[in-house]
Design a protein around this ligand. Structure first.
Ligand SMILES: Cc1ncc(COP(=O)(O)O)c(C=O)c1O
Length: 461
């Protein structure tokens, strides 16, 4: 029941020859890092799900614009006019990238977290919120005083739709309600049946917001095709790490809400009243929620990334990523001590985000060894999705053992997980090195001693 045309299950043969697109040039691809065992290697950035490196194209566009930087929406000078044009053109570029409806608003924020908090602040009175427990905390937590229903973790995409249908069935369809759902999990990388969930939400008079933080960098997102009401994503996961994010979608709730931030730019007219107070007329456009001087460089960098990805072509990007996913999964499958975390099973369509645990290893120790001995940057922990990772690990996380202490007995699974993630800038060598390192660490152990410092494993010397 996949919503995504290119999201078939992965096989190694998907992209076995160099005809697959080359990785897109990103910053930092030649950076070398020291190894504890001696020498240096090029850094293998395999933590794209946290923050992806900037596309070279984005960096070049920002550098070309930087000398022309000027105030936005408030200056009479040439560079102010130019910057304002660029800012507003960026809005149009993002709307096009997301295939928004003509009536939608694109609001620039700081991040996905900021976008979802903005939407939460704009919920109509009495709004019910429905959210799966499997969500990232950015989707799980911002709903404040709203009546929130947390939905159990589904084990198939079809079950996700059933669970939502059941939860919505009893509600009064006249009252406002919002469903919040991720497009791709930041833990398992698995794609969620967004179009089907949107249909279920709408059938029960609810609206839906798509958390596309992990989806937009990997797949085309069409607001119209998925029929979602809002989409949120972050620039720093979309190869544009300059501090901006996006909330795009229906204008009505946003126009009726109090401004997210009060201040200049959001207000159209402010006047003293006779009683000594002030009357404020707020904008009803996107500006209503963008008070203060906007981050024009951040916004322009997102637009640049949107253009770069669209021009590279998602079909090729997806094909290349499927090839990398297949390589990593096939490599990990050959290491019996590794257990990949999954809600929807091996055949589920997914993006390049894979979490796993290694029997007998403390995850922080394993991640530290990948970094210190192989120059590979991954993440370990619970990935700001504690309920989901606990469900997948099947246990409550407890304090992990000292990383310098003898490793847990075989059969004990580490209570945090390790996450490897990659994308448009990842060369094959990085994932090959990662798979080789996992194999070697499991078969031969770490070459170095590690100790615990502030709850994390670090090389002992
Ligand atoms: C699925 C998902 N949603 C939301 C967020 C929050 O993004 P940000 O930290 O950019 O606000 C993340 C970050 O990892 C994420 O993976």
């Amino acid at each position: 029941m996949s919503t995504y045309p290119n999201a078939a299950a992965t096989t190694v043969s998907d992209c076995a020859d160099p005809a697959c697109t080359a990785p897109l040039p990103v910053l930092g691809r030649d950076v070398t890092v020291p190894l504890v065992t001696g020498g240096e290697v090029t850094y293998a950035a395999l933590d794209y799900a946290a923050s992806a490196p900037a596309l070279q194209r984005v960096w070049d566009d920002v550098a070309a614009y930087a000398p022309y930087y000027g105030s936005v929406h408030r200056g009479a000078g040439y560079l102010s006019q130019l910057s304002t044009d660029l800012f507003e053109q960026s809005r149009a570029t993002v709307a096009e990238f997301l295939d928004c409806r003509p009536s939608d608003q694109v609001i620039f924020t700081r991040s996905t977290t900021d976008s979802l908090n903005l939407l939460a602040a704009a919920l109509p009175a009495g709004c019910q919120v429905f959210v799966f427990e499997t969500e990232h905390h950015a989707s799980l937590l911002p709903w404040g005083d709203a009546q929130v229903t947390y939905l159990d973790a589904p084990r198939t995409p079809a079950q996700a739709v059933e669970i939502l249908e059941r939860a919505l069935a009893g509600r009064d369809p006249q009252g406002p309600a919002l469903v919040c759902v991720t497009g791709a999990s930041n833990v398992t990388g698995e794609l969620w049946p967004v179009k089907e969930l949107a249909a279920a939400a709408h059938a029960h008079g609810a609206r839906i917001v798509l958390d596309a933080a992990q989806l937009a960098p990997h797949h085309p997102v069409s607001v119209q095709e998925l029929d979602v009401d809002w989409v949120a994503f972050s620039g720093h996961k979309l190869y544009a790490p300059f501090g901006s994010g996006v909330l795009a979608g229906r204008a009505d709730w946003l126009q009726q809400a109090e401004p997210y931030l009060a201040g200049g730019g959001a207000s159209r007219k402010v006047a003293r009243r006779e009683d000594g107070g002030v009357d404020v007329e707020w904008h009803t456009t996107a500006a209503r929620h963008e008070a203060g001087s906007p981050n024009v460089i951040g916004v322009y960098s997102i637009a640049s990334a949107c253009k770069a990805l669209a021009e590279a072509g998602f079909e090729d990007l997806v094909a290349r990523e499927r090839h990398l996913i297949a390589k990593v999964r096939a490599g990990l499958a050959q290491v019996p001590a590794v257990r990949i975390l999954s809600l929807f099973g091996d055949d589920a369509p997914r993006v390049g985000v894979i979490s796993f645990v290694v029997e007998g290893w403390n995850s922080s120790h394993f991640a530290a060894a990948l970094s210190a001995e192989y120059g590979i940057g991954v993440r370990d922990g619970l990935f700001c999705a504690h309920p989901l990772v606990r469900t997948l690990l099947g246990s409550e996380p407890q304090a992990q053992g000292e990383c310098g202490a003898p490793e847990a007995a075989p059969g004990d699974l580490s209570l945090n997980a390790i996450r490897v993630s990659f994308g448009a800038g990842t060369p094959d060598e990085h994932v090959d090195r990662f798979v080789g390192a996992v194999r070697e660490l499991v078969s031969s152990g770490a070459k170095w001693q590690y100790r615990t410092e502030d709850g994390r494993c670090v090389p002992a010397v």
